[in-house]
Design a protein around this ligand. Structure first.
Ligand code: GDP
Length: 315
């Protein structure tokens, strides 16, 4: 990738896409092309094809997706499959048809089987059954990364994928019903602190293990991968550290300074028991994360409070 390249970032208003734009700017890539959801409907293949034909980007980063936590995914697997499949096929195939030479496709480590070996290596892909709670999302993302792999092999374009672990950071979605666990916890503890509530309701048993990566670390990894001449097809990116949901809750409680007690609701799903990705490959390529969980949590709580004050929070 060259500094003068025109780089299309799909999903630039989302948490990941906006972080990718910041990381590109920081490294001197000034020629970034974006479209809002209103300007370009990524579910519409003709509109996406027309956009690529008009803009002719050199590089595309696909960070657009319908995302959500366990609540949103398990309630709407059809929607998550349909929208993410359409976005993946339209943005990747459209790029290929328009002559885009290089593309980075972003997914998530929930593409791996529910009972994959832990930490999960890239080779675990499609070796056994997926986690049911987010099967629709996972199938769509698997289609997208496979399309990249097939196009690279069959047609010689440099399309490759990066699968991040659970992400958090500025611009996250703080919806307590459909959101991911970390931003949801920040909102729940902050709300309880402000309201003086005695308890904070959390889901499941607190025993599942999860890994969290700050979105600015992911964005740095995206630029790093795009600067490699011959990247592997599929690469995991994570912090390499896992915490139980219970420990995460204690950390968020401390970061927000909320004195409320935690009330675990075991009628709510735990989801996959453990989700730590094997980051040996990306580390062997020369990348490592910079933001540890405690530092990242403090930054994110500060960002949440600022966004709430400014009225810019996504709920
Ligand atoms: P996942 O990592 O794909 O399973 O999705 P999430 O980011 O939604 O994390 C879900 C894990 O956090 C499950 O083990 C939930 O039981 C647990 N959890 C605890 N409290 C909450 C909550 O308030 N919201 C969500 N989304 N998950 C919670």
């Amino acid at each position: 990738m060259n500094k003068a390249d025109r780089i299309y970032v799909a999903g630039h208003r989302g948490m990941v896409g906006s972080a990718v734009c910041r990381a590109l700017a920081k490294k001197g890539y000034a020629n970034v092309v974006t479209r809002t959801h209103k300007e370009l409907d990524l579910l519409d293949p003709a509109a996406v094809a027309a956009f690529y034909a008009a803009e002719k980007p050199d590089v595309a980063v696909i960070a657009a997706a319908r995302v959500g936590g366990i609540g949103a995914n398990s309630a709407a697997n059809a929607l998550f499959l349909y929208e993410n499949e359409m976005i993946a096929l339209n943005t990747v195939w459209g790029a290929y048809k328009a002559g885009v030479k290089r593309l980075l496709f972003l997914g998530s480590t929930c593409i791996y089987p529910r009972m994959a070996p832990q930490p999960i290596p890239e080779s675990a892909l499609l070796t056994s059954e997926l986690e049911k709670t987010n099967e629709g999302y996972a199938l769509a993302k698997i289609s997208g990364l496979k399309l990249c792999e097939f196009l690279r092999r069959d047609c010689g374009v440099l399309y490759h994928s990066l699968m991040p672990t659970n992400l958090y950071g500025p611009g996250d979605n703080y919806d307590v019903v459909g959101g991911h666990v970390l931003p949801t916890m920040i909102r729940k503890f902050e709300t309880a602190r402000v309201n003086g509530d005695a308890t904070v309701p959390l889901w499941g048993t607190g025993t599942p293990l999860r890994e969290f990566l700050h979105v600015d670390d992911l964005a740095a990894a995206c630029v790093f991968m795009l600067e490699l001449e011959n990247p592997p097809d599929l690469v995991n990116v994570g912090s390499g550290e896992e915490v139980s949901i219970r420990t995460l809750a204690e950390k968020v409680k401390a970061a927000t300074g909320c004195p409320a007690a935690i009330d675990w609701d075991s009628t709510k799903p735990d989801g996959t028991p453990r989700k730590l990705c094997d980051t040996t490959l990306i580390r062997s390529l020369g990348w490592k994360p910079e933001i540890d969980l405690d530092t990242g949590l403090a930054m994110t709580v500060a960002d949440y409070r600022a966004a709430l004050d400014a009225g810019t929070i996504r709920l």
